[in-house]
Structures are given as C-alpha cells and as structure tokens.
Design a protein. Structure first.
Length: 79
C-alpha cells in the first residue's frame, strides 16, 4: 500500500519558508505544528506497519489531523 505523506511542507510547498519562520517565531503555531506532526506520524506508522486499528479510530485521527491542518493553514496564510 502506498503511504501518502501529509507533512506541512509536502502539503504546502509554496509556504516552506513561512512555515519555518512561524515555527521559530510563533509559539502557538509551533505547538499546533508539533501536534500535527505527532498525529501525522502516528497515522503514517499505523498505515505503514499495518497496525491493528479500527476504522473509526483511524477516521478520528485523520479528522483531527485535518482540523489541525486547517488551523495551521489559516495562520500560514494570514497577512
């Protein structure tokens, strides 16, 4: 099975420098980024290693990741 990478730089390559800057300068962004990264790693590890995880739990994790990504994108694109 092909594992899709959802880290922020893959998702928003055009904002690579902005993401880096925000991780350093914005504590709220950095906290959200860390949560997103940890959650994304959990999902990718479960998929890569075919870990026993219920469909409901997998969907819940993916929804949480999407909510965090939406918040992060809002911060990234705020002027």
């Amino acid at each position: 099975m092909q594992i899709e990478h959802h880290d922020l730089v893959h998702e928003f390559p055009e904002y690579k420098e902005r993401i880096h800057h925000l991780k350093i300068e914005n504590h709220h962004f950095a906290n959200l980024f860390d949560k997103y990264h940890a959650l994304n790693n959990e999902i990718e590890q479960a998929e890569k290693n075919d870990l026993p995880i219920s469909d409901e739990h997998a969907e819940s994790l993916k929804k949480q990741r999407l909510e965090l990504k939406d918040q992060l994108y809002g911060i990234i694109t705020a002027v």
